[in-house]
Design a protein around this ligand. Structure first.
Ligand SMILES: Nc1ncnc2c1ncn2[C@@H]1O[C@H](COP(=O)(O)OP(=O)(O)OP(=O)(O)O)[C@@H](O)[C@H]1O
Ligand SMILES: [Zn+2]
Length: 815
């Protein structure tokens, strides 16, 4: 007997064993989708993970109902990758499946049944449910599982379908089951036989009395003669308003013109001219040779290139090489908003061979990308980290741009993974090369590179040998003492911003806090407004006239007076980006000043509009959160200022300094990209801080050595491996008890020094759930695997306690 381990789209551990029916054994293969019954009542689309001959001993395996694919939908590299992700990040295969498959490929209740053609049904031997289903199918031809639930009790559905499938009365309709249909676009052309038979002049004559139709006919003819290779869209004809639908219809009715349909890619692809890419500069050429040398030795690359050094051009070069070798490319970006620049460049060169993939696509669009990737129609896929789970074939190169970005490492859909590290593993399964690129690599990647596990390649000059920006620290304490400030700005900075604008230059101001003020506080009783779901004070957003919780998204209107003591005066404490923006507008009233943050960019096309406004130099100053630090390449920005730089360091996290450094350097990198006169002003109470001091050096080694030294001293990655576990529940005492229990189980296996906690999380409650945390700091080397197995074992023991089943667990490996 043959069995299969099936991955089900459920938040459950491991795979599930099913028997493969004799007639399907030959056809079955790992990576195919199957339909299986689960827990009596439900039917799911699962994926064959493994096929084997070991009959389960503890239970009788149910049978697979049917196979949904003729060839595996998941290539073996993806199955290997899923297995690795699940094992390394301690997450469920079912969650990976749910996360990575577009929902219409998972069918489940959308699966359709139909009668087998030409069967004679012996109604005598059917039970009532079977009878109902057959009768329904005689009337409706196709029925999906959800419909069946209307007339058959849920838990009997599977049995009924099973019975009828066995009797060979019904079958599963796989084609219809897939909801996805390709969108078609209508085109027009002159009837081909008319062209051959020289009837054209007759027709033109015939149309003499219908001038418009004649004109239309001629214009179609003209298009066809001028561009014989280019189909003419019906909508193009109608677009300029010269002709109407009725004229087109008349020509079709008269049989002169015919309408036909072509599949349109839902994803807009570029239809314009194809352009060559620029050649590399001398400095870039040297780097490119280094990259090639590394690849020839099967080494992956960390490309550390200062801002505006032209990393994109180096990626393009390698993309080109890879494609010329007949292989495909995955280009990862931290978020979709910043694909605009890279895609513009790639579109010019690669047009339709380009695909996009990210969380914002509709399910239809996601399926389309799946299909194209499977058919090898996309050569370059640009996407966010979830693209790693697409069914790639023949992958030759993965680029991870802005590899330091925190968007690559987050918890989403029940599991945490780092897209950058996962890219390295996926590439291994495909034998593909990897470039990690950044102007400010993560400390971990830098360490990997300098300890020889990645090839470290440093590009120290900007393209065109443009000078890097210079830094100037403004001692805000001193300025205040001498009364040379207005609000959050020194008089000096205000003057510099005005002068900059007067000379036709633009500036960017970074303040990485959303909202207007962090807190509204009652002057009389000290009351502050807490979110009712979270243990967090709500942020005041002045422009939206509301209070928002940045953790759960809850909104409330701004209180007019203190709800506790009815005091009239509510003070605003803590400065948000809105306030900086408002202040500047008052300080520099003659300038155009815009704001860029998630709150102001929420409206559709808001980002595109502001982007174009900046590009057209219609704005003088852009005030923004970290959003302005990412990938923007504007020619005319000379000044970057950080008025409250200390706030970047006031974060309780071992990565705080690293992040402050990256953010400052990234935003600084927007300055003087063409002029070479970039100037960065940092206002601080603490000009002596190491980070502010070291950032001024053009030698990154100084700062990385310092950051690594700190990590070593306080035992943080990359010197130890971390696993962070957060437990959550509505009841605080319950989550506390469960956390203590997990702590004690872990302590059975793992030395005390490696375990921190359990303790209440710094934010005690988010989204109505109380949270407790445990941090494990495990040694690197062989022991890590041993310890990790102990962690797995502890989690299993925890899961055996029935009353803890409702505790939500979040596990972050390499936190
Ligand atoms: N070889 C080249 N030929 C022509 N233009 C180039 C070349 N290399 C870079 N450039 C131009 O230099 C500018 C900076 O390049 P790019 O944006 O790729 O830098 P980057 O290294 O990605 O910087 P950042 O990390 O700041 O985003 C761009 O406007 C780009 O078009
Ligand atoms: Zn909240």
């Amino acid at each position: 007997m043959t069995f299969a381990e099936i991955i089900l789209p459920l938040h459950l551990k491991g795979t599930f064993t099913y028997k493969i029916p004799e007639d399907l054994v030959e056809k079955s293969e790992a990576g195919m989708r199957v339909l299986v019954p689960f827990r009596g009542k439900k039917i799911y689309t699962g994926i064959i993970f493994k096929i084997h001959q070991e009959e389960p001993t503890a239970f009788i395996a149910k049978e697979i109902i049917s196979l949904l694919d003729e060839v595996a939908i998941l290539p073996k590299e993806q199955l290997q990758f899923w297995e690795w992700v699940s094992d390394y990040y301690l997450c469920f295969l079912g969650d990976i499946y749910r996360y990575s498959f577009p929902s219409s490929l998972k069918l489940e209740s959308e699966t359709y049944l139909k009668l087998k053609p030409h069967v004679t049904i012996d109604f005598q031997n059917l039970d009532s449910n079977e009878m109902y289903l057959i009768q329904a199918l005689e009337v409706r031809q196709l029925i999906n599982l959800t419909d069946v639930e209307a007339f058959i009790p849920k838990k009997e559905i599977v049995k009924t379908i099973h019975g009828l499938l066995e009797l060979q009365y019904i079958e599963i309709d796989e084609k219809i089951a897939e909801k996805y249909k390709i969108k078609e676009v209508s085109y027009v052309k002159i009837k081909p036989d008319l062209l051959k038979n020289l009837e054209l002049s007759n027709i033109i004559n015939e149309l003499k009395r219908a001038k418009k139709q004649q004109e239309l006919f001629l214009s179609i003819l003209e298009h066809q003669t001028d561009h014989p290779e280019k189909p003419l869209r019906k909508s193009t004809l109608l677009n300029d308003g010269l002709f109407g639908v009725s004229q087109v219809k008349s020509l079709i009715d008269k049989g002169f013109v015919e309408e036909y349909f072509l599949e349109k890619d839902r994803l807009q692809s570029y239809e314009g001219e194809i352009e060559e890419i620029d050649s590399l500069s001398d400095a870039q050429n040297l780097i490119n040779e280094e990259i090639e040398e590394a690849f020839s030795k099967n080494e992956n690359v960390l490309l550390h290139g200062v801002t505006s050094s032209g990393k994109t051009h180096l990626y393009l070069e390698q993309i080109e090489t890879t494609i010329n070798q007949g292989k495909n490319v995955l280009f990862l970006l931290p978020e979709i908003a910043i694909t605009k620049q890279i895609s513009q460049r790639l579109e010019k060169k690669y047009g339709k061979k380009l695909g996009f993939y990210h969380q914002k696509l509709t399910d239809f669009e996601r399926v389309e990308v799946w299909r194209k990737i499977k058919n090898n129609e996309i050569q370059i896929l640009i996407g966010t980290r979830n693209s790693l789970f697409l069914p790639f074939k023949n992958l030759g190169l993965i680029v991870v741009d802005e590899e330091h970005d925190t968007q690559y490492r987050k918890f989403e859909n029940n599991f945490f993974y780092n897209g950058k590290d996962s890219a390295l593993v996926l590439a291994k399964f495909h034998n593909a090369n990897v470039i990690l690129g950044s102007a400010t690599p993560s400390v971990e990647s830098y360490h990997l590179a300098t300890s020889g596990k990645l090839k470290y390649i440093y590009l120290s000059e900007r393209f065109g040998n443009v000078k890097l920006p210079t830094f100037e620290l403004i001692n805000f304490k001193e300025e205040q003492d001498f009364k040379k400030v207005k609000g959050n700005f020194s008089n000096f900075l205000i003057t510099e911003l005005q002068k900059n604008a007067d000379s036709g230059k633009q500036a960017m101001i970074l303040h990485n806090r959303r909202g207007f003020s962090n807190v509204l506080e009652c002057e009389t009783c000290g009351y502050v407004n807490y979110c009712s779901n979270c243990d967090v004070v709500m942020t005041y957003h002045k422009s939206a006239h509301e209070m928002k919780c940045h953790y759960c998204g809850q909104k409330a209107s701004k209180p007019q007076f203190c709800p506790k003591c009815h005091g009239q005066k509510l003070n605003e404490r803590g400065v948000g980006v809105e306030q900086i923006h408002d202040e500047l507008k008052v300080l520099l009233p003659n300038l155009e000043i815009d704001r860029m943050d998630v709150d102001s960019m929420r409206k559709k096309f808001a980002y595109e509009k502001l982007y174009e406004k900046i590009e057209a130099e219609e704005t003088n100053i852009i005030v923004g959160t970290q959003m302005i630090s990412k990938g923007l390449d504007f020619e005319n920005v000379d000044i970057v200022a950080i008025p409250k730089a200390d706030s970047l360091l006031h974060i309780q996290n071992f990565r705080a300094e690293e992040r402050a450094y990256q953010l400052i350097l990234q935003v600084a990198g927007r300055a003087g990209r063409v002029s070479g006169k970039g100037k960065v002003y940092i206002q601080t109470y603490n000009p002596q801080h190491q980070i502010f001091q070291m950032i001024q050096e053009e030698n990154p080694k100084i700062i990385y050595d310092y950051l690594l030294e700190e990590r070593k001293k306080f035992k943080y990655p990359p010197f130890v491996k971390t696993i962070f576990i957060e437990l959550k529940h509505r009841k605080e005492d319950k989550v506390e008890r469960s956390a203590r229990f997990l702590g004690s189980v872990l302590r059975k296996y793992i030395p005390e020094v490696c375990i921190l906690g359990p303790e209440k999380s710094p934010i005690a409650k988010i989204n109505t759930l109380y949270q407790y945390q445990i941090l494990l700091k495990l040694p690197r080397s062989k022991d890590y695997t041993t310890y990790k197995n102990f962690v797995k074992k502890s989690l299993e023991e925890f899961d055996e306690i029935t009353s803890y089943k409702t505790i939500k667990k979040e596990i972050y490996v390499d936190f």
